[in-house]
Design a protein around this ligand. Structure first.
Ligand SMILES: [Zn+2]
Length: 86
């Protein structure tokens, strides 16, 4: 009535259990990430912000000789401030 399972059957059972375990863990990780995002929405925004900052090149800044305001060095002939006489 009850016989020992053959090796292929054991391997199949182990594989099925492994897939279920992997799927369960993946769902757990996703649920935890979602919960953390709900608890701390800024963490998700910071991730997006870092991505946005990475996409934007960093510009060299130069100081206006007249008023001392920092302006982008590239193509800047004057600082553009209304109160700057330059
Ligand atoms: Zn200036």
């Amino acid at each position: 009535m009850f016989t020992l399972p053959t090796l292929p059957k054991i391997l199949l059972i182990v594989a099925v259990i492994g897939v279920i375990w992997w799927w369960h863990r993946r769902n757990q990780i996703k649920a935890r990430e979602r919960a953390e995002l709900d608890r701390n929405p800024r963490a998700g925004k910071a991730k997006g912000g870092a991505k946005g900052a990475a996409g934007k090149p960093i510009e060299d800044m130069t100081q206006c000789k007249v008023c001392g305001a920092y302006v982008p060095a590239k193509g800047a002939t004057r600082c553009g401030r209304a109160d700057c006489p330059f």
